[in-house]
Design a protein around this ligand. Sequence first.
Ligand code: BTN
Length: 340
Amino acid sequence: MLESMVDGKHLEILKLLKKANGKYVSGEKISKNVKVSRAAIWKHVSGLRKYGYKIESKEGSGYKLLRSTDQLLPWEIKEGLKTKFVGKDIHHYTMIDSTQDLAIRLAENNVQEGAVVIAEKQKRGRARVGRKWAAPQGGIWLSTILRPKIPTAETTILPLVVSLAVGNAIRKECELDAKLKWPNDITINGKKVSGILAEMSCEADRVNYVVIGIGVNANINVKKLEAAIKGTEGYYGATSLMKEVGKEVNRVKLVRRILRELEETYLELEEQGSEIIIRKWKEHSATLGTNVTVALNEMCFVGKAIDIDYDGALLVKLPDGNIKRIVAGDVYVRMVKTKS
Ligand code: BTN
C-alpha cells in the first residue's frame, strides 16, 4: 500500500498546486505556507509524482500541476465525497489479491461500517459462484463493509440494493443506459459492465457484516478482457465504460458517485423497506419480460421472467404455467433472445 508514504505536507502542497489552477506556485510560497524547506519541497513533489501527478518544476517560477492522477487515491475520492459513513475510511492498494478478502478480514476485526478497500489491480479477483474475476489496471475494484440492521432472512435484497446503486451511478456519471440483469449484474447494450458480490457473516437472527464487492470495467480494453474471460461459465459478453462512452471515464468521480448512491440506497432500504428498492430496480430491469434459462446446480430450465418477489427472488413462469421462485445464490440466469 503506497498510502502511508504520503503525509499531511504532501497533501498541503498538492492543495496549493490545485488551487493555483494550472499556474506556477513559487517555492517561496510553498515553503512559507506549508512550513517546509526548499529541499523538502522537492522531495515531497517527487513523492507526489510517484502517485501519477504530473508536476512541472521550473527554475525561477516554481511548481505547476499539469495533470492530476488517475489513481483511486483515498484523498482524491474523499475530496467532495457527499456521504455520511460510506468511504470515510479508504484503504488503497496498487495491487492486491482480492479487495474482498481484505475487507472480510477488516470486518472480522470490527472495522467501522462503510470502510472501503480499493485496488488498481487484483491478482486473484473473485466473482460469484466461485468463479474468477479478471481485474486489470483501469477498472474499479472495491469492497465495502456494511452492518445492516435487518433480519438475516431479508439480506437476499442486498444484491439488488447494490446493483441499483451502481446502475444509478453509471447512468448519472457516464450518461449511459445502464440496465440491471438479475440478480446483480449491470449491463449496457446487453453486455456486462459491472458485477457485484455480496458475502456475509450472520447468526440465525442477526447479521454481523456484509462485504459488498463491486467490479466495474471502467477504462478497460474490451478485446483484452474478452480474451481473458471468454469461455468461462456464465459469460454472455463484456463491455467497458471506456468502450461505450468512446473515451476514458473519470474513475475518481465515478467511485465517489458509487459510494454516494450506495449509501443513499442502503439507507432507503433501512428506513423504508424493500418495496421501494424493488420498484426502482424494476424500472431499470433488463431481465423482466424476457425468456430466461436458469441453471441451478445440475438442473436447467426455461421460462419467462415475470416479476421480482418481496425479498428479491426472481419469479419465472414455466411453460406449464407454474411460477417458480429463483433465489440468487448458486444460480445462473441467461436471458434468451426470442422474437415473441
Ligand atoms: C460477479 O459478477 O460475479 C461479481 C464480481 C465481483 C468482482 C469484485 S471486484 C472487487 C471485489 N473483489 C473481488 O475479488 N471481487 C469483487
